[in-house]
Write a protein that binds this ligand. Structure first.
Ligand code: NAP
Ligand code: MG
Length: 401
């Protein structure tokens, strides 16, 4: 059998257990079938430290060049990691760096299977979270206030005009944070959400805390309303879908009571937190896909979960782990499909479909990782190690090719 040719995509390797899974996926599920063509960036923590994190910036710029990237989970260092890896600096979150360069919106959707039942019984359709991937606390400036003193918000305009307001007269030590966002980024977030809703024919919900944040969150609300009114209202009506704005508190309650089947647009932090909640409630963090879509139409695919540190420590002791590779495999299939769509390479798109089907068929056949067996109400399931699970997927895939 000849391998499927493809144009270049950007490959970003990562850390710990997901780095181990990454290699297994490439060796067992991709390289035997596809003439893998990637520009490789090692975003593993040692390499980021060695390059003063330049490698992350280079990878993000490469995505702008090739328009498609796939990323493995990476460690975001904290004080403990600085010690563990003897780092020169507490490098920023690679995802944060990439998102800041590409701008755009992250769409996260659960992978549903018949055997794995959501914790929330009413959810019968997927809930896609659209996370604004720019600014707010991820680009905030913070200050640990040492003691008594006055904190002010100061803006100096181009023409020298200033805005100044007291934030707080500190009578003791405390903390201070300044965050920002840009109209242009909020506008592209809105366009990405409205566009994705039309593409996938799903309602769009958006929620912020505009009752409390009368300038900041209100700006998000107004920009969405304005863009919807001017550019999308008629198209939504024609497609039979709705745009709906509400307070974040109200949205949370409605989401739980819903049956799913819509896109929930969230500000950066809300999206970070809510996507973990939604994916866990759908079953497993390891069954959540994630794609960053930039305003220019560049796509970066990844899994929503982290590097599965606890499993990695077991792996280092020589133990078999049952880490779920599904979301990472779907990151690859998503990237290959997008590459195929851009280049009208239908064999590559077909391969991506088959790879995903092989994963779901394997689960439905009763072979799955430990995170899924506990969610399954069937009796005929077998907990497989990552190696066994990937081998079972490969068998199914081989039969299909
Ligand atoms: P995590 O890696 O997502 O793992 C948390 C727990 O969730 C695991 O211990 C495991 O539970 C379960 N889990 C997650 N993914 C799984 C999978 N594929 N298969 C089976 N179980 C899975 O989160 P974390 O432990 O908080 O973070 C670890 C590192 O990842 C941190 O250094 C963090 O900075 C990084 N991180 C990276 C990204 C990213 O690159 N996108 C995102 C989040 C976190 P059990 O132990 O109970 O089996
Ligand atoms: Mg998170």
């Amino acid at each position: 059998m000849s391998k499927i040719p493809m144009n270049t995509i950007v490959e970003m390797d990562g850390d710990e257990m997901t780095r181990i899974l990454w290699k297994m996926i490439k060796d067992e599920l991709l390289s035997p079938f596809v003439e893998l063509n990637t520009e490789y960036y090692d975003l593993g923590l040692p390499k980021r430290d060695e390059t003063n994190d330049q490698i992350t910036v280079d990878a993000a710029n490469a995505i702008k060049k090739y328009h498609v990237g796939v990323k493995c989970a990476t460690i975001t260092p904290n004080a403990q990691r600085v010690e563990e890896y003897k780092l020169k600096d507490m490098w920023k979150s690679p995802n944060g760096t990439i998102r800041a360069i590409l701008d755009g919106t992250v769409f996260r959707a659960p992978i549903l299977t018949a055997s794995v039942k959501p914790y929330v019984k009413g959810w019968v359709k997927p809930i896609t979270i659209a996370r604004h991937a720019y600014g707010d606390i991820y680009k905030a400036t913070e200050y640990r206030v040492p003691g008594k003193g006055k904190a002010e918000l100061l803006f100096t305009g181009e023409n020298g005009e200033t805005f100044r307001k007291t934030i707080y007269d500190f009578e003791c030590a405390g903390v201070l944070q300044g965050q920002y966002n840009k109209d242009s980024s909020i506008e592209s977030f809105a366009h990405a959400c409205f566009g994705y809703a039309l593409d996938t024919k799903q309602d769009l919900w958006f929620a912020t805390k505009d009752t409390i944040s009368k300038q900041y969150d209100q700006t998000f609300k107004l920009i969405f309303a304005d863009i919807f009114e001017k550019e999308y209202k008629a198209r939504f009506e024609k497609a039979g879908i709705e745009y709906f704005y509400t307070l974040i508190d109200d949205a949370v309650a409605r989401v739980i009571r819903s049956e799913g089947g819509f896109i929930w647009a969230c500000k950066n932090y809300d999206g970070d937190v809510m996507s973990d909640m939604v994916s866990t409630a759908f079953g497993s963090l390891a069954m959540m896909t994630s794609v960053l879509i930039s305003p220019e139409g560049d796509y970066e695919f990844e899994a929503a979960h982290g590097t599965i540190t606890q499993h990695y420590y077991k792996y280092l002791k020589g133990e078999q782990t049952s880490s779920n590779p599904i979301a990472t495999i779907f990151a690859w299939s998503g990237a290959l499909r997008r590459r195929g769509e851009l280049d009208e390479n239908s064999p590559l798109c077909g391969f991506a479909d088959k790879l995903e089907k092989a994963c779901l068929d394997t689960i439905e056949s009763g072979v799955m990782t430990g995170d899924l067996t506990v969610l399954c109400d069937r009796k005929d399931v077998r907990k497989a190690s990552s190696t066994e699970f990937i081998a079972a997927i490969r068998n199914k895939l081989q039969d299909m090719m």
